[in-house]
Design a protein around this ligand. Structure first.
Ligand code: TMP
Ligand code: ASP
Length: 236
């Protein structure tokens, strides 16, 4: 693709986004920077940007082949990828298969408890408010999304869960939970955006239960660099 990279549009905690000569396409650059607890803990995970870029792209391509529309366009190099420019729906969409993290805290259910069926929840994407937990009525009241968009997002998120669970289990990884973000294309179509990576998913080794994700960093357990490499090695 013959595209020129232009000025930075946005910088987030883990990625930068650049405009390009094509108004419908932006370039995402994945950094090694890691934060936890709303930026309270800051650090870097060596080559995390490479792992997250390659892994997220590979998973999005697999999802596309299963009929899930995504923002993915083309991987340019180890850390840079062209994606469709979207208007991000300001919801963090979290699917859980097994109790962990904030669910375990909030509900008093021990980590590792398998659910009868998967759950979905929304947070309002707003750093100043620390991404508060909301329901679809809040989202509608605040005009964060339409009912039709929410229905599409919920259906896509559960389908993505089924596909990802399968892919991961073949690599002996249990998909505990994960966070998705969706975007609107100029014509209003909803597509999967952001990333799918050890930053945004909980991956446990299916045999040993070892954490293979950002919880190693969040909880100061150590070994996150090796774990990210291990996930990439198993999946790519
Ligand atoms: P939680 O148990 O802390 O609510 O996290 C649920 C999932 O969402 C977990 O896989 C990690 C992911 N996540 C993010 O991607 N970004 C975040 O800011 C948080 C808090 C969680
Ligand atoms: N989004 C969180 C933060 O900004 C990081 C996380 O827990 O994944 O610190």
């Amino acid at each position: 693709m013959n595209i020129e990279i232009r000025e930075q549009l946005y910088e987030g905690k883990a990625k930068q986004v650049f405009l390009t000569s094509d108004p419908e396409i932006v370039m995402v650059h994945y950094k090694d920077d890691a934060t936890a607890g709303d930026g309270a803990k800051k650090g870097t995970i060596r080559d995390k940007g490479v792992v997250n870029n390659k892994l997220s792209n590979a998973l999005m391509q697999k999802l596309e082949r299963e009929g899930i529309p995504t923002h993915y366009v083309e991987e340019l190099n180890d850390r840079d990828t062209l994606v469709k420019k979207v208007d991000i729906v300001p919801l963090e969409v979290i699917i859980r298969n097994v109790a962990a993290g904030s669910f375990s805290k909030r509900m008093g259910v021990p980590e590792g408890t398998e659910f009868k069926r998967p759950t979905i929840e929304f947070s309002y994407k707003n750093d100043d408010l620390h991404d508060p937990f909301i329901n679809s009525y809040y989202a509608l009241a605040l005009d964060l999304a339409t009912q039709e968009e929410i229905d599409t997002i919920v259906e896509m998120a559960f389908k993505i869960n089924d596909i990802l669970k399968d892919i991961l289990l073949k690599a002996n990884i249990r998909l505990i939970d994960f966070k998705l973000e969706f975007g609107r294309l100029p014509d209003g179509k909803i597509v999967l955006a952001d990333e799918i990576s050890p930053d945004t998913c909980r991956f446990w080794d299916a045999t040993t239960g070892a954490h293979l994700d950002k919880d190693l960093f969040r909880r100061d357990l150590g070994g996150e660099e090796d774990a990210y490499q291990e996930v990439m090695r198993r999946l790519l």
